[in-house]
Design a protein. Structure first.
Lengths: 114, 545
């Protein structure tokens, strides 16, 4: 069994700085950040919009839409829908757009070549 | 008062049947724990289950770890007694997972080894940062643990028909001893299997009750809500926000503070973070969170129906008069629907819930002490892995004993505040440093220490001087605080949840500490952390037996 990270070459140089300086890595990092930061801002804004409406717009939230179902319940359930949707979209994006490049860079690093 | 006395004395279910179901459950899980632990050899086996769980298994185990008694009994009870406001808890608890999914889980899995402190101290000065991270891990885990133990006492008493202080203390002791045995024998592998079994039982049990209630309401959510509102003293108001929070301006701010702590707390809970190390890769860590979000989300949708179902079929008055108060809503609903047998099954599920969560907390706290404090700080890394695991086992026993006595002490306290405190401390002391160290190159040791200690001290301190501890609303000569004597009142902070102050403060201190320090961040270590976190190059691999 082996739990220590392996990389050929074995010199004191770890190779991480080479990877970090590569164009491919810079592109991967920026693609990652361009996805996760805006999406995080979006779902936090949407969540706090809901929270603030629940705290300060009682009457609006209590408006009946049909039967006993009011706006508050619908908006609350939409928080579930958006969470499930973001999860699915992110998982798909990561599988297709992120993993292949990340794996390629890791293999390069493990073989000690770039 | 007469009807109150009758309701309070009401015996529900058949204690003998419940005890039989409990014993069967304990016997089965213990067998599985022993089976799972047969290959436990290394430190990675003990702390991280050999990193050999699949994303799906870990995702279900995370759900089992996360859906504590506060989620199952607490949220269903909050909806049953105060309606819509209870539902808002579950939204915060669920949306919080997106922070873990997008920003934390995968990067943490690639960077760390066993604990949260592995990531926080990765490129900073090991000794002080590890110590700070370990202290905050222990504080968060112990508060969470106390809440679960205190809840266990009340719940199990209700279900087993045990009365009196001795009986209650005995129950807490039994829960504590079982938890120690699971952790000692099974390590992370055994604990994970207990959490998986518990999550499956919980989803089946809650799902069964949900469809039962919906069936009774003619599969019509609107008419269920109407019937529930009809059974509540506040009538239609239970369908609208504001019953519990927000009669005052301060109440509204308190609600926003709670919402902030909930959404940012999850990704800073050490026992949740540690679960990401049990899978072989960051891709599996991602799959874990995807599974967890679906399972947890569906479960919270069930609790919405269960809560209003309990309001309708049991009624808020009977729930509040029962021994466990709001926490007994789900068990009472089970009894109402399926009689003694369903109650016994739901009781076993609730018991499983508590055992699985306390075992997860114990292993996290003991790993943090052994790996971060003993091995890295006291012994400066000069320690054999076997020795470290031995220390972790001893720590687990000590924590178990502390939890038993703490649980006995806290058994009459309001458990919700302990959980909210754990979330607020996690969001203040842990999350800012996790995010800064993963994403901000310049971040340094002083920034980490100011943020962790600042977040920890401000969140715990503000709670100590809030109405939660003293000077709460007085009813019938008793204050609704930790200190029930209304003559003792040293509170000056008006909010019950400190998040709105302590979380921004911890982010600010992390920035301020960093920019005022002359320490230059280690660019080689930062390169390693950045490349490793995103690509998995050099990340810990699974143990192959």
């Amino acid at each position: 069994m082996s739990t220590t990270p392996t990389r050929k070459g074995g010199s004191s140089d770890t190779g991480y700085q080479e990877v970090q300086a590569s164009e491919e890595f810079a592109e991967l990092r920026s693609r990652f950040r361009k996805f996760v930061f805006p999406v995080t801002a979006l779902f936090l804004a949407w969540y706090f919009l809901y929270v603030i409406l629940a705290a300060y717009a009682r009457d609006f939230m209590s408006t009946k839409v049909f039967g006993n179902i009011n706006v508050g319940l619908i908006l609350g359930l939409l928080q579930f829908v958006s969470t499930f949707a973001i999860t699915t979209v992110y998982a798909r994006w990561a599988d297709k757009q992120f993993d292949p490049t990340a794996e390629k860079l890791r293999e390069h690093w493990e073989r000690g070549e770039l | 008062m007469k009807s109150f006395a009758i309701v309070a004395a009401e015996k529900i279910g058949n204690p003998t049947l419940n005890i039989v179901i409990f014993v069967v459950f304990v016997a089965i899980t213990l067998g599985i724990v022993i089976w799972a632990a047969r290959n436990n050899r290394s430190a990675a086996d003990y702390y991280a289950g050999g990193r050999a769980f699949t994303g799906r298994q870990n995702g279900i185990a995370i759900s089992g770890d996360y859906l504590s008694a506060a989620s199952f009994l607490g949220i269903a009870g909050a909806i049953a007694t105060s309606g819509y406001d209870g539902f808002m808890y579950s939204i915060g608890f669920l949306v919080a997972w997106l922070v873990a999914l997008l920003l934390v889980a995968e990067l943490l899995r690639n960077t760390g080894k066993f604990t949260m402190a592995d990531v926080l101290s990765f490129r900073l000065r090991q000794g002080p940062v590890r110590t700070a991270a370990a202290i905050s891990t222990l504080v968060v885990s112990l508060f969470y643990l106390l809440a679960q133990m205190a809840g266990a006492g009340g719940l199990v008493n209700l279900l087993l028909g045990i009365e009196g202080t001795t009986g209650q203390n005995l129950t807490i002791g039994v829960v504590g001893i079982l938890m120690i045995v699971y952790v000692l024998v099974g390590g992370m592998k055994g604990t994970t299997w207990v959490q998986i079994i518990k999550a499956v039982l919980l989803i089946i049990g809650a799902g069964l009750m949900t469809f039962w209630v919906l069936g009774k309401a003619g599969l019509n959510l609107s008419s269920l809500l109407g019937d529930a509102a009809g059974a509540a003293p506040q009538k239609g108001a239970v369908l609208n926000p504001g019953l519990r929070y927000g009669l005052t301006d301060l109440g509204k701010i308190d609600f926003i503070s709670l919402a902030l702590a909930l959404v940012l707390g999850t990704a800073g809970l050490p026992h949740v973070l540690m679960r990401f190390y049990t899978v072989p890769s960051s891709k599996e860590a991602r799959k874990s969170v995807v599974w967890a979000i679906w399972v947890i989300g569906i479960f919270y949708l069930f609790t919405l129906v269960l809560g209003y179902g309990a309001m309708w079929l049991v009624g808020p008055k009977r729930i509040l008069a029962a021994p466990g108060k709001a926490n007994s809503a789900a068990p009472l609903l089970a009894y109402e629907l399926g009689g003694t047998l369903l109650l016994g099954l739901i009781a076993a599920v609730a018991f499983a819930t508590i055992l699985a969560v306390v075992a997860g907390l114990t292993i996290t706290a003991s790993a943090s002490f052994a790996h971060d404090v003993y091995s890295s700080v006291i012994k400066k890394g000069q320690v054999a892995p076997d020795d470290e695991v031995r220390v972790a086992r001893i720590t687990a026993v000590v924590i178990g004993i502390v939890a038993i006595f703490g649980g006995i002490w806290a058994k009459d306290q309001n458990i919700a505040f302990l959980v909210a405190l754990a979330f607020a401390v996690a969001a203040s002391a842990n999350l800012p440093t996790i995010l800064y160290s993963l994403f901000w190159k310049r971040f340094n040791t002083r920034g980490a220490l100011w943020s962790i200690y600042g977040g920890l001290i401000s969140s715990v301190g503000l709670i100590a001087f809030s109405p939660v501890v003293s000077g709460g609303k007085v009813t019938a000569g008793k204050a609704a605080s930790l200190i029930t004597d209304p003559s003792v009142d040293f509170h000056w902070f008006g909010l019950e949840n400190p998040g709105i102050v302590s979380i921004p403060l911890a982010f600010f201190l992390g920035w301020l500490g960093t920019v005022t320090s002359k320490e230059v961040s280690d660019s080689a270590k930062f390169a390693e952390m950045e490349v490793r976190s995103l690509t998995g190059a050099g990340a810990e691999k699974a143990v192959s037996h």
